[in-house]
Design a protein around this ligand. Structure first.
Ligand code: CTP
Ligand code: MG
Length: 222
């Protein structure tokens, strides 16, 4: 297993959630949302964690905190600048608190065959393209479509090169794997479950709360 550092991006404001605090710091099933991801990283054996933070918030104990940037990939770049040397880097959204620990390990292991490995769930809805007039122009082949999540693991040199772009490109990136694709790197998907969803709306927060409380309440197996 290559030496890996983890970057936890938590600097967003959570506009669509509409809470009184930045999203990653909203209480979820008894603890700040980002601490679920920190616990999952620890369970996967990843203890070097840099957290990109929104203004006025502190990193969880044992993690290095850095101020986040204007765009998500800018936060990733700032966190990477503060990370200790490593062979691999794992980027994870603090907004995905239900991430299972083995997914981090699987993503890092997949770097043997590619520059970047991204957790992804098979798309279950039929996906169509439509114009501004709502007229459908295409139906995509669902068997080839994946809904991309985090964690996303990277060979470190590749991520550094991929992030060495202008702020306009960083602002256009909805994930860092796209930056690797742009830089000519190879990207593979690591099959994941839809339960590793991103908390975006109050509905998502409620669903995550129910799922996490179920986990907490479940008695230990014999
Ligand atoms: N993020 C970040 N820095 C930014 C923007 C986002 O670190 N400048 C992080 C968020 O904290 C989150 C993850 O990237 O963990 C995914 O982003 P998203 O779900 O869009 O979160 P927010 O940007 O906080 O939410 P919204 O877009 O609704 O404001
Ligand atoms: Mg956002």
């Amino acid at each position: 297993m290559p030496k890996a550092v983890a970057l936890l991006v938590a600097a967003g404001s959570g506009e669509r959630l509409g809470a009184s605090r930045p999203k990653a710091f909203v209480t979820l099933a008894g603890r700040p949302m980002l601490e679920w991801s920190v616990a999952s990283l620890h369970a996967a054996g990843l203890t070097e964690i840099v957290v990109a933070l929104p203004p006025g918030e502190a990193a969880p104990s044992g993690c290095v905190g850095v101020p986040g940037g204007a765009a998500r990939s800018d936060s990733v770049r700032r966190a990477l600048d503060a990370a200790a040397p490593s062979d691999a880097v794992v980027v994870h959204d603090a907004a995905r608190p239900l991430v299972p620990p083995p997914l981090f390990v699987e993503a890092i292991a997949a770097l043997e065959a590619a520059d970047c490995a991204v957790a992804a769930a098979p798309v279950t809805d039929t996906v169509k393209e439509a114009g501004p007039d709502h007229r459908v122009t295409a139906t995509l082949d669902r068997s080839r479509l994946w809904a991309i999540q985090t964690p996303q693991a990277f060979r470190r040199e590749m991520l550094e090169r991929a992030l060495d772009v202008g702020d306009d490109v960083l602002a256009a990136a909805t994930d860092d794997a796209w930056l690797v694709e742009r830089a000519g790197g190879s990207v593979v998907v690591v099959p994941s479950a839809p339960s590793n969803f991103k908390i975006t709306t109050p509905h998502d927060l409620r669903v995550a709360e129910l799922l996490l409380e179920e986990t907490i309440d479940r008695p230990e197996a014999d």
